[in-house]
Ligand binder design. Structure first.
Ligand code: GLV
Ligand code: MG
Length: 329
C-alpha cells in the first residue's frame, strides 16, 4: 500500500438511482414507494425552462412533506453556467436542506466548480445550523469534466460519488451516436476472412469503456462511489442488464434508472450474488486458518488465494451486509 491513505466516502447503498423530473409531482408518490436506493429529483435537463421555478417549489414541498422511507434523497441542480443554479441551491438547501442527503451537480468541469458550490452550501448549512452535511454527486459528462476528473474527485470533503452521464458526454465529445448508453454497431471490428469459408464477422465493442474506466479510477482513488448513468431504451431490459453488468465488472456500484422498470434490474445486477458472498465468506475463513497456521497463501477449490483475495472478499461481504441491513429497514 501507498503511505497515502484513501478516506472512503460515507457508506451508502447506491445500486439504483432513480431520476424523477421535478416538474412532474404526480410521479413523486410512486417513486417514494419504489425500491430505489437513491432518488434524484431533477431540476435540470428533464425540466423545460418555463417550468424551472415551479419544479423547484415542487421539489422543496416533496422533500418536506413526503415520506421517502430509507431512501437517500438528492436534487439535481442546474449547471453552473445557468442563472437557475444559484436559486436551486439557495432555495432548496435553505428550505429543505435537512431532508437532503445529496446534491447532484451536472456537467461539472473543474475543481473550482466544486469549490464554489461547497462554499455556497457550507454557508447555508452553517446559517441554518443543520446537523448533517449534504454530500456531492458529480456527473462526469463533458470532455472538460473527463479531462479534469481526478481534480474534481479530490476537490471537496463533500464528494461521495461520480456518475457517468453518457448522453451529454456523447454530445460534448461529438460522438456519432444518438442512443443513450447503448452499444453502437459502428463501434466494431471486422475479423479477417475465415480461411475455410471466407466468412468475416463483426465484433461489437463497448464505445463507453474508456470514459467509464477512467471515471472509476478517479472515483476509487479518492474513496468515492462510481455510478453508471442512464440507459435510454427502457423497453429493452436485456440491453439494460448487459450495460449494468459491464459497469459492475469495471467497478461501478450502481446505475441510474430513468424509468421505474429499471430499478429492480439495477438492484439485482449491483447486488453481489449469494454464491459470490458465500465464496467470499469461505475465502475469509480459509485465510484465517492459513494465518493461524503461519501461511500467507493457500488454495481453495483448486485456486490460489492470498492477502489480495482477503481484500476482495471483504469488499463483497461488507457490501452484502450493508444491503441486508438496508433491506431489513
Ligand atoms: C445524464 O445526465 C446524461 O447526460 O447522460
Ligand atoms: Mg446530462
Amino acid at each position: 500500500m501507498s503511505f497515502h491513505t484513501i478516506e472512503a466516502a460515507p457508506a451508502r447503498i447506491n445500486r439504483s438511482e432513480l431520476a424523477v423530473p421535478g416538474s412532474q409531482p404526480q410521479l413523486f408518490e410512486k417513486a417514494s414507494r419504489s425500491s430505489a436506493d437513491v432518488i434524484f429529483l431533477d431540476l435540470e435537463d428533464a425540466v423545460a425552462p418555463d417550468d424551472k421555478e415551479q419544479a423547484r417549489k415542487n421539489v422543496i414541498e416533496a422533500l418536506n412533506d413526503l415520506d421517502w422511507g430509507q431512501k437517500s434523497m438528492s436534487v439535481r441542480i442546474n449547471g453552473l453556467d445557468t442563472h437557475y443554479m444559484y436559486r436551486d441551491v439557495v432555495d432548496v438547501v435553505e428550505q429543505a436542506g435537512n431532508r437532503l442527503d445529496l446534491m447532484m451537480i451536472p456537467k461539472v468541469g473543474t475543481a473550482a466548480d466544486v469549490y464554489a458550490l461547497d462554499m455556497l452550501v457550507t454557508q447555508i448549512e452553517v446559517a441554518k445550523a443543520y446537523k448533517t452535511r449534504i454530500g456531492f454527486e458529480h456527473i462526469i459528462e463533458t470532455a472538460l469534466g473527463m479531462q479534469n476528473v481526478a481534480e474534481i474527485a479530490a476537490a471537496s470533503k463533500r464528494n461521495e460519488s461520480l456518475h457517468f452521464g453518457v448522453a451529454d458526454y456523447a454530445a460534448s465529445t461529438r460522438a456519432r451516436t444518438t442512443n443513450i448508453g447503448g452499444a453502437n454497431p459502428d463501434y466494431s471490428v471486422l475479423t479477417d476472412s475465415d480461411p475455410d469459408n471466407g466468412d468475416r464477422t463483426i465484433h461489437w465493442g463497448d464505445m463507453w469503456h474508456y470514459p467509464l474506466a477512467r471515471m472509476v479510477v478517479a472515483a476509487r482513488s479518492n474513496g468515492l462511489r462510481p455510478v453508471d448513468g442512464p440507459f435510454g431504451d427502457f423497453s429493452d431490459p436485456d440491453g439494460y442488464r448487459a450495460a449494468a453488468k459491464r459497469a459492475a465488472v469495471l467497478g461501478c456500484e450502481g446505475k441510474w434508472a430513468i424509468h421505474p422498470s429499471q430499478i429492480d434490474l439495477a438492484n439485482d445486477v449491483m447486488s453481489p450474488s449469494p454464491e459470490d458472498v458465500e465464496r467470499a465468506r469461505r475465502i475469509l475463513m480459509a485465510m484465517e486458518d492459513a494465518a493461524n497456521a503461519g501461511k500467507g497463501a493457500v488454495s481453495l477449490d483448486g485456486r490460489l488465494i492470498d492477502y489480495a483475495s482477503i481484500r476482495q472478499a471483504e469488499v463483497l461481504v461488507q457490501k452484502a451486509d450493508q444491503i441486508a441491513m438496508l433491506e431489513a429497514g
